[in-house]
Design a protein around this ligand. Structure first.
Ligand SMILES: Nc1ncnc2c1ncn2[C@@H]1O[C@H](COP(=O)(O)OP(=O)(O)OP(=O)(O)O)[C@@H](O)[C@H]1O
Ligand SMILES: [Mg+2]
Length: 186
């Protein structure tokens, strides 16, 4: 039997199911709200009781990976590891890794300025899909079908000017049935 800590920022059905399964398998579980935890450069593993392993389940991606970094600093095993969460939470890193390991993936074009992204579009042609490299629920995933859309979208990026707005991730448009297609890679 081991002790499993489930770290959350909002408890969803999935966290309750994980806890139930773990308990049915005979493990001790505790739920910890990431929002009330505190760490410092002086923190030691013995300051906390996270058990044998932590399941990091934060809805907020940034909260989750930074929390994970603190746990790994203390040598506390956490699933997912920082490396996995960082790679999988960033579409550009994911695309590069899939391609490097010869996992078929839609053709994707990366550039680091609006000008270079326009050059990619001129070369490859419409339509392409633009995505923020970090994000979920399809937010700001937009099909680029013509120059007007590109002008409007790139202008918005100029105004918002977040760190991710400077990275242009353009992907070939995949013909798909009217349902979501997902591949789970382990
Ligand atoms: N290359 C593409 N070609 C056609 N449709 C796409 C493409 N990429 C994304 N989409 C559509 O946009 C939706 C959201 O895309 P994607 O899953 O990449 O974004 P996300 O923000 O990570 O969403 P989620 O949180 O659901 O994973 C997809 O479910 C699909 O319907
Ligand atoms: Mg996604």
């Amino acid at each position: 039997m081991s002790k499993i800590s489930i770290v959350f920022d909002r408890v969803r059905a999935e966290e309750k199911m994980l806890q139930k399964e773990a308990e049915q398998l005979g493990h001790d579980t505790t739920s910890i709200d990431a929002k009330i935890t505190r760490f410092s450069t002086e923190s030691k593993k013995t300051d906390y009781d996270f058990g044998n392993v932590v399941l990091e389940r934060c809805v907020s991606y940034f909260r989750g990976i930074h929390f994970t970094a603190c746990l790994e600093f203390l040598d506390i095993p956490v699933i997912n590891t920082f490396e996995v969460a960082n790679n999988c939470g960033n579409k550009m890193l994911t695309s590069l890794l899939l391609s490097k390991h010869k996992v078929p993936t839609p053709k994707t074009y990366f550039s680091f300025s609006a000008e270079a992204a326009r050059e990619n579009l001129d070369k490859v042609g419409y339509p392409l899909v633009i995505k923020p490299i970090i994000g979920s629920w399809g937010r700001s995933v937009v099909p680029l079908k013509d120059k007007d859309t590109v002008d409007a979208l790139f202008e918005i990026r100029e105004f918002t000017d977040g760190p991710h707005d400077r990275i242009f991730y353009l992907q070939e448009m995949v013909k798909r049935p009217p349902r979501d297609l997902r591949a789970i890679i382990v």
